[in-house]
Write a protein that binds this ligand. Structure first.
Ligand code: PLP
Length: 497
């Protein structure tokens, strides 16, 4: 098993899984992908009655065979343990004839925990495997949830430092409280004056600044990434696609081999790409429904074949999806475009310089066979939360509501009756202001923790451990910088010489 970049030939970029995990992003600006996509030795039937942990071990072993299966078994049993408030890890529930795959039962209340409870282990063991004598600096741009989950995952992990950049005013009060309150000597978070795309673009630039890299190395440091551009973020997310499918078969909702759809609230295209990889590993997926918020650059792309980031940027009630440059789309295009690295490099350069690119007619047709897409405006998001709540008391968060709304629209427009699983990406308590307004029609009295209390008083029931933990943490003061200061702040924080 080897990896290579989406923008260079195999011979110019091939490397081991461990190196790909450590580097995170290729030096040519591309993303790492398997040179040859692995072929499972198991078939679907074998996966039906195994635990989440065993399933995770089977899938991770395919992509990271350098680790022994014993090591992998150990890491997944630690990663998917009592820090999750549901034994199933990712429970699947049925409402209004759709299935909601609840991916938010981990410590920071969003699906990012699925991967970020495993990634620190993968990276630190890779450092050992590669006999690399350096501390890892995890550089992360976040629209909110990756920051909280990576700080939690890497907290006080020996040999690692974490520096998170998030958009000032662009994350929710609860996300902010989680980032500023997470304990750990090795954790730092900075607000930048700009949006997520600004943060991500600058992080990618710093990653590939060769002088700065050399300076880091001289000081005993090496960058890595906890963003979904790191393969270690993607592969653990393939697991729950299989898990959900097995659940449906076991419950008699479908027969083994039947097709299903997955609807995925999408931002950086990581989660939905994991679904695409699940299909490559032979999971019977009919459609992947790509759901966007008002920042609907992907909806337009899947309808026209042109990706155009030159448009207004909106801060919405689904902040984790407020993104105009969806990095992982590059991996999809690379795979669907017969691994034509030159074409990919040209498109990505056009995106960077001119702000847009257009894929070939044949590639566009191919993508349309597998992907459906749509988007929801903010008021439609609230209506959808309200609709489900009125129906049977089920409460979803705004990101999940985008997926749910687009699913409903998709079913109405196409008449497709394939069973559909909606990835439920965050707990409603992570975005209590929007959820409270959606279900009651009233604004909360105050944001953040008090909004959680107010929502809880209204809904009743018990609060999960992840939500309760929010009330115990003591947030640090927020530090705000301009985006041109990001590199300087890293330099200063790591005391580089
Ligand atoms: C990150 C995130 C998304 C978007 O996922 P991508 O992998 O970036 O497409 C959706 N919902 C929530 C709650 C998130 O945290």
């Amino acid at each position: 098993m080897k990896y290579r970049s989406t923008r260079s030939s195999v011979s110019a970029s091939v490397l081991s899984p461990a190196s790909a995990l450590i580097q995170g992003l290729a030096p040519d600006g591309g993303l790492y992908v398997p040179v040859k996509f692995p072929k499972p030795t198991w078939d679907l039937q074998d996966l039906l009655h195994v635990s989440y942990q065993t399933l995770a071990a089977k899938i991770l072993t395919l992509f990271f065979p350098d680790f022994s299966s014993q090591q992998i078994q150990q890491v997944v049993s630690d990663a998917y343990s009592s820090q999750w408030d549901d034994e199933e890890i990712t429970p699947l529930v049925k409402h209004d004839d759709n299935y909601y795959l609840e991916l938010y039962h981990g410590p920071t209340l969003a699906f990012k925990d699925v991967a970020l409870q495993v990634l620190p282990w993968l990276i630190t063991r890779s450092v050992t495997l590669e006999k690399m004598n350096k501390d890892i600096v995890i550089l992360t741009a976040t629209s909110g949830d990756t920051g909280t989950a990576s700080m939690r995952g890497f907290s006080d992990q020996a040999g690692t430092q974490v520096i998170v950049f998030y958009p000032y005013g662009g994350v929710s009060p609860v996300q902010l409280k989680q980032m500023l309150g997470q304990k750990g000597q090795n954790l730092r978070a900075f607000a930048i004056k700009g949006n997520f795309d600004d943060a991500q673009t600058e992080v990618k630039r710093i990653f590939n600044d060769q002088d700065f890299k050399a300076k880091l190395a001289h000081n005993g440091y090496q960058f890595s990434s906890a963003n979904s551009m790191n393969i270690g973020r993607l592969m653990p997310q393939i697991v729950y696609y299989f898990y959900a499918y097995a659940k449906l078969v076991n419950r008699g909702e479908i027969k083994l081999g039947d097709q299903v759809n997955f609807a995925v609230p999408t931002g950086n295209f990581g989660d939905i790409l994991a679904g695409y990889y699940a299909k490559k590993l032979s999971l019977p997926i009919h459609k992947l429904i790509c759901a966007s918020d008002k920042n609907n650059v992907l909806t337009d792309f899947f309808h026209t074949g042109t990706y155009n980031r030159l448009r207004p940027f909106y801060i919405t009630n689904s902040p984790a999806m407020d993104i105009l440059v969806s990095s992982n789309l590059e991996r999809l295009l690379f795979d669907a475009d017969k691994e034509n690295e030159q074409e990919i490099a040209a498109w990505m350069q056009a995106l960077d310089q001119d702000g847009h690119y257009q894929v070939s007619e044949s590639l566009f047709t191919k993508l349309q066979q597998l992907f459906a897409s749509g988007y929801a405006e903010e008021d439609q998001v609230e209506q959808e939360i309200n609709r489900l709540y009125q129906l049977d008391g089920y409460v979803i968060d705004p990101h999940t509501a985008v997926g749910s709304y687009v699913t409903k629209q998709y079913h109405e427009q196409t008449g497709d009756t394939t069973p559909t699983i909606i990835n439920s990406t965050a707990s409603p308590y992570k975005f209590p202001e929007t959820v409270f307004h959606a279900v009651t029609g009233r604004q909360v009295d105050a944001k953040g923790l008090s909004a959680i209390k107010q929502l809880h008083d209204f809904l009743g029931g018990s609060l999960t451990q992840g939500v309760q933990a929010l009330f115990d943490n003591q947030p640090r003061a927020e530090q705000v910088i301009t985006k041109d200061k990001m590199e300087a702040i890293i330099d200063e924080q790591l005391k580089l010489k």
